[in-house]
Design a protein around this ligand. Structure first.
Ligand code: ADP
Ligand code: MG
Length: 703
């Protein structure tokens, strides 16, 4: 059925890969490029011109008319400004395409309209984009034609990061440097680099495009602000891993094709827990490339969905009462000579380097649980964290039975003599093969779970960039490595020093380990007893960015300056206030112009019916009761609507970004809930034909 796809043929077709550079560049230039990619430094001006020309020729051969520096401003999404490869015509009027090394390496978009959190007054609009040579350039096919996209970092005139990529790259360098010290201490003198690998799993919803266009809330805010629960939700658990519907399958096929062409190693696809919800997971890559690719994935999902007359919702909670969407940030550290520092092997108790790395990570996560939680905060995610289906807003680490046992031995005796084994899986069916089980079962409720040879940070929101979570993770682990290496490098007896530190770190930070049910109320109380932070909202989390502890950490490892942290914090406050403001105004609009008029019309009809029925000499109490109920809910709606309008008006007078954000959280959001509740009740009372927009059932089951 349909068109067939040859993965081997199309993979990377739209990417200017290392392989293509090898084919198209003079040997010496190619070598220079590889050495910069692997070891850092800068390309010479001449080589940059040669690379730019080869890149342009390749792009033009593939139909590209424009190029753009593709960057990730603090809006959390990507930005691009297209320039044609047009040069000045020669004397015969023939146009010669051109693209110089300078244009490849440096761009100067007018930066004044991107969020900068006070870093750059609008009159100092200069911002620079600079080529991230480690993330390959690619061709984007869209309505505008084919565009060569050059992944870049975005900085202000004074060198402050105005984007998400720059701090990520800085954090990768920091953790590389400190992790190398650790592996050297453990006797590895071959490795020259420790890479951060990241595999993001992406959840999303698909709904019918035409229906979505009938809902202002989806159009303006990406989520529903009204909507009663349909009779069927996810309780039958029949959607998870269910057979993929034909129209969704066709979308997935096209999506895969587009992503493979862009060199995104997208591998796994399945239906998720909620109706209309799906997941995509690529194979892990180096952190900055994985983060870039995740942006490409999100953007491509939206574009391909439109071609299939569907809308892709990346919001963390598009439907109240239905599972929300997240992103699992699978993270590990691998040396360039092929050792995954998080691989315990079969007998973790004997793998001292692994245990030591683990102890450092426990220390990092416990010391900076507040910052890690902050790194996954965004407005939409506030609906998820702490709600039923998602990990709570409390950071804890799941190690599993095997490692927990090893840690326990280490804490009690200072040595771990044994490792629990998984044993054989027995099904009781003679024709099914027996195999060795994993030593540990999974725990889906943990926000930070050890999953075999990596950690899986499950708090990140589905629409968020993966940059912040990985930047924070890299930096806090760099600090733990650094502090450990400072001690070990001076130790007279290395083995003894490792032994002591292992015991000390595991003992001091064991409170962060939790293997139980993270969704239970009991855990919230237990975490409180253990003194673990439970930071409920994005804006409370933003406060953690500028504590003395945070500033010292990020400045020490050159990841953020104090000014950069302050600016990011301010952007979070601003963004929060703007988002809730748009949501509140959308609710006011939908309630005033759609729901209330529709209900009034229906109620009027019902009132006339009551009179007619009575006139006919028959009992009209059923109709009259129904009418009364409707009027009661309508009155509640009207009251909440008036209150929402007046709170909105108050908000307009607040100028301090932090105060404004907290005002929206504490005063506007609760009234939004008060407005929604009677509206959702009314949806259940009013004739479906009179309801002014598609319902949850229409969106989720008939998409
Ligand atoms: P699950 O989470 O269901 O166990 P997988 O084992 O397939 O799923 O892994 C999920 C993601 O983790 C994938 O993107 C995968 O590439 C990634 N992953 C696997 N190993 C590593 C690693 N060493 N470092 C980072 N990510 C990894
Ligand atoms: Mg997973």
């Amino acid at each position: 059925m349909g068109e067939r796809v040859n993965v081997e043929e199309i993979f990377g077709e739209n990417v200017f890969t290392i392989e293509k550079m090898r084919e198209r560049l003079p040997k010496n230039v190619y070598k220079e490029v590889v050495s910069v990619i692997e070891g850092g430094g800068e390309l010479s001006k001449q080589s940059a011109d040669v690379v730019a020309n080869a890149m342009k020729n390749w792009a033009v051969e593939h139909g590209a008319t424009h190029y753009t520096h593709w960057f990730q401003p603090l809006t959390g999404i990507t930005a691009e400004k297209h320039d044609a490869f047009i040069g000045s015509p020669d004397k015969d009027g023939k146009m010669i395409t051109s693209f110089s090394g300078k244009e490849l390496i440096k761009g100067e978009p007018d930066a004044s309209s991107f969020p900068s959190g006070g870093l750059r007054a609008t009159f100092e609009a200069r911002g620079y984009t600079t080529w991230d040579i480690t993330s390959p350039a690619f061709l984007k096919e869209s309505g505008t034609g084919v565009t060569l996209c050059i992944p870049t970092a975005f900085c202000s005139y004074t060198g402050e990061a105005l984007d998400k990529k720059t701090p990520l790259l800085r954090s990768m360098e920091a953790v590389n440097k400190q992790a190398l010290r650790i592996v050297r201490l453990f006797g590895n003198d071959r490795a020259t680099k420790v890479n951060v690998s990241v595999g993001p799993e992406q959840e999303y919803f698909l709904i019918d495009w035409d229906k979505s266009m009938k809902r202002e809330d989806i159009i303006f805010t990406g989520r529903t602000l009204f909507g009663a629960m349909p009779p069927k939700g996810q309780e039958m658990e029949d959607h998870y891993f269910g057979v993929i519907r034909e129209n969704v399958g066709e979308f997935m096929k096209d999506l895969n094709k587009e992503l493979w062409k862009l060199g995104v190693p997208d591998k796994t696809q399945h239906n998720e827990v909620a109706p209309g919800q799906h997941e995509l997971a690529p194979i892990y890559e180096t952190a900055n490339i994985a983060v870039d690719h995740n942006q490409i994935i999100m953007e491509t999902m939206k574009r391909v969905a439109e071609h299939h007359n569907m809308r892709c919702l990346l919001h963390e909670k598009p439907f109240a009462g239905v599972n929300g969407s997240g992103k699992h940030d699978n993270w590990s550290l691998c040396t360039d000579d092929g050792v995954n520092l998080l691989d315990p092997g079969d007998t973790p108790n004997k793998n001292v380097q692994f245990l030591f790395v683990l102890a450092c990570i426990l220390k990092a996560v416990d010391t900076h649980a507040d910052l890690l939680r902050q790194s996954a905060a965004d407005v939409g995610n506030d609906h998820r964290l702490g709600a039923d289906e998602a990990p709570p807003a409390i950071i804890s680490v799941f190690l599993g039975e095997q490692l927990e046992d090893v840690v326990k031995q280490l804490i009690e005796t200072g040595v771990a003599k044994s490792s629990k084994k998984g044993g054989k899986l027995k099904t009781g069916v003679s024709t099914l093969p027996e195999f060795e089980k994993d030593a540990t079962d999974r725990n889906r409720t943990s926000p930070f779970a050890f999953t075999g040879n990596k950690f899986e940070f499950r708090m990140v929101g589905s629409s968020d960039s993966m940059a912040s979570s990985n930047t924070t993770l890299n930096t806090i682990v760099a600090e733990a490595f650094c502090e450990a290496a400072d001690i070990l490098e001076k130790a007279e007896d290395f083995d003894m020093a490792v032994h002591d530190l292992l015991k000390q770190y595991m003992t001091d930070h064991q409170r962060i380990i939790f293997n139980g049910d993270g969704y239970s109320e009991a855990w919230v109380e237990e975490a409180d007893r253990r003194g673990l932070p439970n930071i409920k909202s994005t804006i409370e989390a933003a406060d953690t960015l500028t504590t003395k502890k945070a500033v010292e950490l990020f400045e020490r490892f050159g990841v953020y300056t104090k000014t950069e942290l302050e600016s990011r914090q301010e952007i979070i406050f601003e963004n929060y206030a703007k988002t809730i403001n748009i949501e509140a105004l959308t609710m006011i609009d939908m309630a005033s112009k759609q729901i209330i008029p529709a209900v009034m019309k229906y109620a009027g009809r019902l009132a006339r019916d009551v009179n007619e029925i009575k006139a006919a000499g028959v009992d009209a109490s059923v109709e009259a009761d129904e009418l009364k109920e409707i009027q009661t809910e309508l009155a509640k709606m009207k009251k909440a609507l008036d209150k929402l309008k007046s709170e909105e008006a108050k908000a307009r007078k607040i100028t301090d970004p932090r105060k404004l954000a907290f005002f929206y959280k504490d005063y506007v959001r609760p009234v939004m809930d008060d407005l929604r509740a009677p509206a959702d009740n009314l949806e259940m009372l009013v004739d479906k034909n009179d309801w002014p927009f598609p319902t949850y059932a229409d969106l989720l089951f008939e998409g």
